[in-house]
Design a protein around this ligand. Sequence first.
Ligand SMILES: [Zn+2]
Ligand SMILES: [Zn+2]
Length: 273
Amino acid sequence: MKLITRADLGWPASAAPSQLTAKGVKVHYEGTHVSPALLDDHDLCIKEWKAIRAAHLANKKEGYSDVAYNYAACPHGFLLEGRGLRRRTGANGNQPLNIAHYAIVGLVGSEGLTEPTDAMLSAIRDGIDLLRKHGAGSEIKGHRDGYATTCPGTLLYDWVKKGAPRPSGQDGQDDTDPPPAGGGTTYEPPAFPTGLRPNSKSPSARGLQKVMKKLGFLAASVPYADNYGPQTQEAVARFHNKYTQFRALGIKHDTAIGPRGWAFAHTKAYGGK
Ligand SMILES: [Zn+2]
Ligand SMILES: [Zn+2]
C-alpha cells in the first residue's frame, strides 16, 4: 500500500465527526471532467486532491468540515488520505447514508480520464482493506446504491458489483505467490513493514538500505539510518528501473518500495536464487 497521509499533504487533523464503525465502504468518482494529464504526472494527482478538498471547504451549502471522502485513489496506485479512519464521510448523499458507509473516491470522472487504471483499483482495494481493519464491515457498494446519482460511473460500478477484486499483478495480500510445493527450507521474506515510505523515519528503512546495498543499488559507504531519505529513495528508484514490474504505473522515478518489490528484493538478496 502506498499511503499519502494528511501530514504528507500538509493538512491538519480532520474536523469531521467520528464514526467508529460502518456497514462497509462506498466507491465514488469525481463525476466531472478529469484531466488525462494526471496519468503522466503524479504531482497533478496531489493538486487534484487538494483542489477537491478546497472546493468542499468552500461549499457553504453543504457546510463540509473537511474533504468529504475518507480516501482517494490516484491512477498511480497511491491511496490519498482524506478524513481517514473512523471518521464519518460527507459524500454519500445524506446523513443516514454517511453513517452507514465510509467513502473512497477514484480520481476518474465522467469525461477526460474516465478509465481507472489497475493501480487505481488496487489502491481503492487497499483503502477498503484498511477501513475494514478499523471498523468497516464487509459491504462494498457504489454511491448510486440507495441514492439517485450516476456515481461512481459505469466502469467503477461494474468493478464494485464484482466485489471490487484486486487486479492481478498489483501489490496486495491476496496475490502473493503460493508457497512452493514440497517440504524443505524455503526462504520467507520478512513482512512488508508498515510506515516504510519515502521521507519518513522507520527502523525498517535500515533493512531496506541493507537489501539495496546487497543488490548493488546503494553504495556500501552510505551509513544506515532510520530515515528513508534521498539516497535510499534514489536506490529504490534504480531498483524499480531495473525491475519495472514493481514500479508504479506511469511513474518513471518511483522511490517508494511496495510489498511485492520488498519481497522480491529480499528473496533475491537472501533467498539463494
Ligand atoms: Zn459519489
Ligand atoms: Zn498519482
